[in-house]
Design a binder for this molecule. Structure first.
Ligand SMILES: *[C@@H]1O[C@H](CO)[C@@H](O)[C@H](O)[C@H]1NC(C)=O
Ligand SMILES: *[C@@H]1O[C@H](CO)[C@@H](O)[C@H](O)[C@H]1NC(C)=O
Ligand SMILES: *[C@@H]1O[C@H](CO)[C@@H](O)[C@H](O)[C@H]1NC(C)=O
Ligand SMILES: *[C@@H]1O[C@H](CO)[C@@H](O)[C@H](O)[C@H]1NC(C)=O
Ligand SMILES: *[C@@H]1O[C@H](CO)[C@@H](O)[C@H](O)[C@H]1NC(C)=O
Ligand SMILES: *[C@@H]1O[C@H](CO)[C@@H](O)[C@H](O)[C@H]1NC(C)=O
Length: 441
């Protein structure tokens, strides 16, 4: 399976559109401090595959990207700055959701991937060698400024180098490298202008790991959007991620405390001092139907020393649990489904697998409801958030998996499919995460 996945992924990247232009009907919904969130495969997204993929190809592809993402998150937790990926050909970032930003004066429109587990912002800049899409022309912006080695921000990037006086830095992502100049320019998000926003202006990339979009890191570290907009947004934002099944695919990213929901349930946000950009929460159990799955408490426990625990992430598609937790949930799910089927039909429902999903059925099933239990809050998932159905309706899978074998992971990741059609509020000043149902399609 691993081999066929790594073969599939480069093909996917070759099929991306190189143009970033949005069609006019897709570009009108940003207002105030609220940005329209698009799925990367949305009809409005220039990054959607040109060739429509079959359902099965789509699922396998998203899982493949998740696999690489999990390795990336695990490496963050382990405190490494690079990601060991055997094949060197996989995509480390899987930017599932994108927003529209404008950079420079006069503003140049570009699309940026929303990533809650990353602090950095990077923009592919004109003249970039190896970028899939060159979008930002710094020479055409009056407000563009390259940062020098003497600038304070230069001390916040990993391994800065001083070529002449410019502050440059190199990063490694999987088999790829990124060389960027630390730069500043005005970024305009919906109706808000952020002057002198610091980002990496990508000059060169090698390999195929780097996403063609810019990246808008919504983590909490020193150079993230939150840190750079303290007075404007007060480290508060929320999003509602649209279902990738929906035709319109339009959700929203609301920046700042204004207009956030009042009626919302909260759980505490935890901070791992070694990886302060990740949003940890305290998940204490998972209910399947009426029964709480028999998960060993150590599989869920937060441990700032090892990085173990649960994070909420916008970039992973399918929730991944450490193996003992996943097995407990899966076994309880199978028991329920199969018992119900036996009772209703008088025959056995046979379990099968698809890609990395090991709990699929080719007969019509009635699935139990799944609830993520957090400290102080239960999040009961609509069935569409944990079941994936083939287009023809003949196969249904439980859309979660164990952490991949080759990732020595201690991390549970609540992924974006499970967050769809909920407003997720990141209230950093009050150290809390809010969750409320909201249809965003
Ligand atoms: C947009 O921003 C301008 C300047 O800050 C402000 O005057 C205007 O009221 C804003 N419009 C909306 C719809 O928020
Ligand atoms: C990036 O930095 C290099 C020197 O390290 C310089 O030659 C180049 O012009 C810079 N590019 C931009 C867009 O500032
Ligand atoms: C960073 O990358 C550039 C371009 O690939 C290369 O010329 C330079 O030597 C690299 N610097 C370091 C410190 O690796
Ligand atoms: C898509 O949006 C249009 C209006 O923008 C609406 O009329 C239509 O029902 C939506 N379709 C779906 C499938 O949500
Ligand atoms: C269903 O499976 C059970 C064991 O899991 C077996 O004893 C039983 O014979 C099977 N029934 C049918 C109809 O295949
Ligand atoms: C969550 O659900 C569990 C099990 O049903 C229940 O015991 C608990 O009180 C609920 N917690 C909250 C905060 O509602």
């Amino acid at each position: 399976m691993a081999t066929s996945l790594s073969l599939l992924l480069p093909l996917f990247f070759l099929s991306l559109s190189l143009s970033q232009a949005l069609t006019p009907k897709c570009s009108t919904l940003d207002h105030g401090s609220t940005l329209q969130v698009l799925h990367v495969n949305s009809p409005c997204s220039p990054f959607k595959s040109r060739e429509p993929l079959s359902w099965q190809e789509n699922v396998v592809q998203m899982q493949g990207k998740d696999q690489a993402r999990l390795q990336y998150l695990a490496s963050l937790v382990a405190g490494k700055s690079w990601v060991p990926i055997a094949s060197g050909r996989q995509i480390v970032q899987s930017p599932t959701y994108i927003v529209r930003a404008r950079v420079g004066t006069p503003p140049q429109a570009l699309l940026m991937a929303v990533d809650t587990s990353n602090d950095a912002a990077w923009v592919p800049c004109s003249g970039c060698l190896g970028c899939a899409a060159t979008v930002f022309d710094s020479a055409k912006s009056e407000s563009f400024k390259g940062l020098g080695c003497q600038d304070a921000q230069c001390k916040q990037v990993p391994n800065p180098t001083c070529d002449g006086s410019a502050c440059s830095f190199n990063m490694t992502y999987g088999g790829s490298t990124v060389a960027a100049n630390l730069s500043q320019d005005t970024i305009t998000l919906a109706n808000d202008s952020v002057p002198a926003y610091t980002f990496g202006c990508i000059q060169k990339t090698t390999g195929t790991s780097v996403p063609p979009q810019g990246l808008l890191g919504l983590g909490r570290g020193p150079l993230s959007l939150l840190s750079q907009t303290q007075s404007l947004y007060q480290s508060t934002f929320s999003y509602c991620l649209p279902s990738f099944k929906s035709i319109n695919f339009s959700g929203s990213l609301r920046l700042g405390p204004i207009g956030q929901p009042i009626r919302i349930k909260y759980t505490q946000l935890l901070k791992n001092p070694r990886r302060s950009s990740l949003y940890y929460v305290n998940m204490i159990g998972i209910r399947v139907g009426r029964r709480v799955a028999d998960i060993p408490p150590t599989s869920l426990a937060f441990n700032p020393t090892t990085g173990a625990g649960t994070v909420i992430d916008s970039g992973t598609v399918f929730t991944r649990l450490v193996q003992p937790a996943y097995l407990a949930v899966r076994d309880e799910f199978r028991r329920r489904v199969e018992a119900e089927y036996r009772k209703r039909v008088g025959a056995n429902a046979t379990v099968s697998s698809l890609g990395g999903f090991d709990t699929c059925y080719t007969v019509p099933i009635v699935a139990p409801i799944i609830t993520f239990m957090f400290d102080g809050m239960n999040m009961t998932l609509p069935r569409d958030n944990f079941l994936i159905h083939s287009t023809a309706g003949s196969t249904t899978c439980l859309a979660m998996a164990a952490a991949p074998d080759n990732v020595n992971s201690v991390l549970n990741v609540i992924a974006n499919m499970q967050q769809q059609n909920h407003r997720i509020l990141f209230d950093v000043p009050n150290s809390r995460l809010g969750v409320a149902r909201e249809p965003c399609t």
